[in-house]
Ligand binder design. Structure first.
Ligand code: FAD
Length: 411
């Protein structure tokens, strides 16, 4: 089954890139996934393949040497990767988001001519590192406080100094810790009375003095993301480290909310993989398993029908969301975005759980991929800024309130 459902509506580039990662996924990523999961090791081998195929530059504009993919194309490619290795897809998203935020998202925002010129200069420098040198970027913004949920300024501070900034702070769950060449750190400009509007997005070279990766990494799922803690102590970065001009991150978060929706394609892929596995298992087509068919039992047919319905519902919202992405979406589009994100994250884990119940005890052995899908799928709805709870929170308010509306005091 094609990750896009009906592939006839794909552009030639979409069809080509999805086919490319489907082949890489089947032949390379899937066979390596169990080892990276067991060892909680970063999939450098998968990144070598992504690099060799130009996929590190998927969202970098063609004029700057990339593949020039748009939002819709990227999320379908990411979902296909997630079908074969969730951890690779999730960390790849951190890298690609860095290029997308500095790329077509920044293009859609308002900047002064001086900011635009400065941004063009800086991103050309970074994009060249990716396209020519195969450098990898990550995106640590979580800090363990209220900032990643968008409720407080980032606690990591960037003090303006001669030639650049001096950065101090701590990031938790920093996927690609120890593997990325640049950490795309979200921080706050260190100035009196700074607010969330003073957020700054800086690419900190991993080899800089004052950068360290600490703590262990032994989580339930997504073990190959190696999301350890990143410490930044008096780290100097030059002005070219700015992946967006000062103040632009806040504008992007407000005006291009789909920028946060790139976390869910990985889980669209996991949902697809849970379905694929269940069908193969019930048909006795899983390699290495005894040829005992289970498909003739009505309970199995009902369970797999439920999975198919969940899959189609998930994909429909996933694709709608992919096509909706644009600057300044209207209220209904924003609400659909939360509904889509929530549905993908929650359905992926519901489907993985149903798959195990349906296939039975042998299916959850570590020799098969389903138990990894089950553990990986659990991580999706925990991810800030849009956990399942926060999606419900925002959606519920938006259903009942128009902008500026308040309730009278209840006596
Ligand atoms: C595999 C994996 C990889 C990750 N990779 C990255 C990465 O590369 N970069 C990165 O920045 N982060 C990453 N994260 C972190 C992730 O985005 C979250 O920041 C993290 O899971 C939050 O954990 P917490 O316990 O600190 O959440 P808390 O902030 O303590 O929140 C706990 C729960 O409370 C709820 N909650 C939080 N704030 C509010 C609020 N204001 N109102 C109502 N409810 C609220 C939410 O539902 C949340 O699930 C990763 C996480 C995982 C699991």
């Amino acid at each position: 089954m094609h990750i896009a459902g009906n592939p006839s509506s794909l552009t030639p580039q979409q069809a080509e890139l999805i086919e490319l990662v489907a082949t890489l996924g089947r032949e390379k990523f899937a066979p390596r996934a169990a080892r990276h999961d067991l060892d909680a090791s970063f999939p450098f081998d998968n990144y070598a393949d992504l690099r060799a195929n130009g996929l590190l530059g998927i969202c970098i504009p063609r004029a700057l040497g990339g593949l020039g993919a748009d939002f819709c194309t990227y999320v379908m490619v990411a979902a296909e990767i997630g079908r074969h290795c969730g951890a690779t897809a999730l960390s790849y998203n951190m890298h690609v988001s860095s290029t997308m935020w500095a790329g077509f998202i920044a293009d859609a925002l308002d900047m002064s001519p001086a900011q635009r010129a400065d941004h063009e200069h800086n991103r050309a420098w970074h994009f060249e590192r990716i396209v020519r040198e195969g450098k990898v970027y990550s995106q640590p913004f979580s800090e363990g406080g209220a900032a990643a949920a968008g409720k407080a300024p980032f606690g990591t501070l960037a003090l303006p100094v001669e030639g650049g900034y001096r950065v101090n702070g701590k990031k938790i769950f920093a996927s690609l810790a120890g593997a990325a060449d640049f950490y795309g750190v979200l921080c706050t400009l260190d100035k009196p009375r700074a607010t969330q509007r003073d957020a700054l997005y800086l690419a900190v070279p991993a080899q800089s003095d004052g950068v360290s990766v600490v703590g262990d990494w032994d989580p339930l799922g997504m073990r190959g993301t190696v999301s350890r803690t990143l410490l930044l102590k008096d780290v100097f970065v030059p002005h070219t480290a700015r992946l967006m001009p000062e103040g632009l991150y806040a504008q992007a978060a407000l005006r291009f909310p789909h920028m946060f929706a790139t976390l869910s394609p990985t889980y669209m892929g996991i949902a697809q993989a849970a379905y694929d596995f269940t069908v193969a298992y019930l048909r006795a087509e899983v390699p290495g398993m005894p040829a005992v068919k289970r498909r003739m039992y009505p309970t199995k047919q009902i369970a797999v029908a439920h999975m198919r319905i969940q899959l189609e519902q998930t994909r429909a919202l996933f694709l709608q969301n992919a096509r909706d992405a644009a600057v300044d979406p209207d209220k209904d589009t924003r609400m659909r975005l939360f509904a889509a994100h929530y549905t993908i994250m929650e359905n992926a884990q519901a489907m993985a759980a149903l798959a195990i119940r349906t296939c039975g005890g042998q299916s959850m052995l570590k020799s098969l991929p389903l138990e990894r899908l089950y553990r990986d799928s659990r991580c999706g709805s925990l991810m800030l800024p849009w956990t399942a709870e926060l999606c419900l929170d925002r959606l519920g308010r938006d259903c009942l309130y128009e902008p500026g509306e308040r309730d009278e005091e209840i006596e």
